[in-house]
Design a protein around this ligand. Structure first.
Ligand SMILES: [Zn+2]
Length: 443
């Protein structure tokens, strides 16, 4: 069944970005059948169902290249003891208790809430990093089921760490990677690892072996805080990236998240191995860990994407945060105007292609029908040449009205169709206090 999303301002993005006023995107099944002038496509596809997009701007769906669905239930929770004064204390006092305290239905609900938020924000593809040491086995299946129910795309992995049990999570990743295989374009699998400072050489080597056999990449936090760098230097005599490179973790499908505390030669290793870096500016600011040298990484030709690290699911605000942060950090109002949107609209698309084997992020014939449709009346002329100005200063504050993924309308007029938001939030409010109680009992 074909559908015409018509009368909006269509921004195709991709290599030959076009802005089409009174445009139309015709979808047929999971893909786009045609993009062009609304009146013309109405003649060509007279029988297609019409969805009026007047007063709206039609963009490709957004991508979050690093998320943690499991962090949801920590929202609003009070943390016992003194406030954490550094990154390692934040992990020890908060996140390593949160992941231990969630189990069963919590895992499902704590994925469903951010999936709803992704739909609300037009984020249609997510690369997630999961942890639930009290219930590792089968946890990725629970998340896969709710991603499919939501109608979104996600790459999933379990974060392997030696901190609770040696090699904890390897079996879950191996099982899930085998189950997913090459994937169906909706679900993909990676080998997850927590971070260099919580995994032994033996654990990393086992993970790399499984990943290489299956042809998937590793997804790992790298030098988020100076503590990760110091740990690697003290234990192995080399900085984090060099240690991971020696163990075979680098490669064009692998994702090194953060890379805040890396030196020039580590950047060169990342560039030479075509390893992906994902930048999470809001999270870095929240944890006060430092500033990723984004412009330097891009200057070396490294593929740097954009993620939220579990803090949010709104990619436009994350993009604007990157824009503001790197202007301030460089004390230079000439930078980041091109680079911040490039991470989200270009580089994240390349990252998804490496993980899922499909090309999203562009509205063109034959490509997946993933769209974010926002309420927006441009107050000034809008065309290909000034789109980024509208993106950063207008669209970031616009409401997503409709979200489409794989040709299905998941939200229309801001009403989520694929999930029962009210019921899911109510059930999460019921279970969260029990999860908080279990967390307080953890030493
Ligand atoms: Zn993370």
């Amino acid at each position: 069944m074909a559908t015409r999303f018509e009368n909006g301002i269509v921004v195709t993005l991709g290599q030959n970005n076009r802005v089409i006023w009174n445009g139309s995107v015709v979808t047929d099944g999971e893909n786009i059948a045609s993009v062009g002038d609304a009146a013309e496509l109405k003649k060509q596809y007279p029988d297609a169902e019409a969805v009026d997009c007047a007063g709206k701007i039609v963009l490709p769906g957004f991508i979050c290249a690093h998320h943690h669905f499991y962090s949801t239930m920590a929202r609003g929770m009070s943390i016992p003891g003194q406030p954490a004064s550094n990154f390692v204390e934040i992990l020890e006092r908060l996140w390593w208790k949160v992941d231990k305290a969630i189990e069963g239905e919590d895992i499902k609900l704590s994925a469903q809430i951010p999936l709803i938020e992704c739909i609300r924000n037009g984020t249609t593809t997510i690369i997630d990093h999961h942890a639930s040491p009290s219930m590792r086995d089968g946890s990725l299946d629970l998340i896969e089921a709710v991603v499919r129910e939501a109608g979104l795309r996600a790459s999933l992995c379990y974060e392997v760490s030696d901190r609770n049990a040696k090699g904890g999570g390897i079996a879950e990743n191996e099982r899930f990677i085998k189950k997913i295989g090459k994937g169906d374009g909706q679900i993909a699998a990676m080998m997850g690892l927590h971070a260099s400072f919580t995994v032994s050489d033996e654990t990393v080597e086992t993970c790399v072996g499984i990943a290489k056999d299956a042809g998937v990449g590793c997804h790992i936090h790298v030098a988020e805080d100076a503590a990760d760098r110091e740990d690697s230097l003290a234990k192995y005599g080399v900085p984090t990236v060099e240690r991971l490179h020696k163990l075979g973790v680098t490669g064009e499908k692998s994702i090194f998240v953060h890379c805040v505390h890396i030196d020039e030669s580590e950047m060169d290793t990342i560039a030479a191995t075509k390893t992906i870096v994902v930048h999470n500016p809001e999270s870095n600011m929240n944890n006060a860990v430092g500033v990723t040298q984004l412009l330097k990484l891009l200057g070396k030709g490294i593929l740097v994407g954009l993620g939220t690290d579990g803090m949010a699911s709104d990619m436009l605000s994350q993009m604007r945060c990157a824009y503001l942060l790197h202007r301030l950090d460089n004390h230079d109002p000439r930078v980041a105007f091109m680079e911040a949107p490039q991470l989200l609209l270009g580089n994240n698309v390349d990252i998804v292609e490496r993980q899922f084997g499909i090309r999203v992020g562009e509205l063109a014939e034959g490509l997946p029908a993933d769209m974010a449709i926002l309420d927006y009346y441009p107050p000034t002329p809008l065309d290909e040449n000034n789109f980024l100005g509208h993106l950063i200063f207008g669209l970031t504050d616009a409401n997503v009205n409709m979200t489409v993924c794989r040709g299905k309308i998941l939200m229309k007029n801001k009403q989520i169709i694929s999930m029962d938001e009210e019921r899911i939030a109510a059930r999460s409010r019921e279970l969260a206090p029990q999860m908080w109680k279990r967390l307080q009992a953890i030493d």
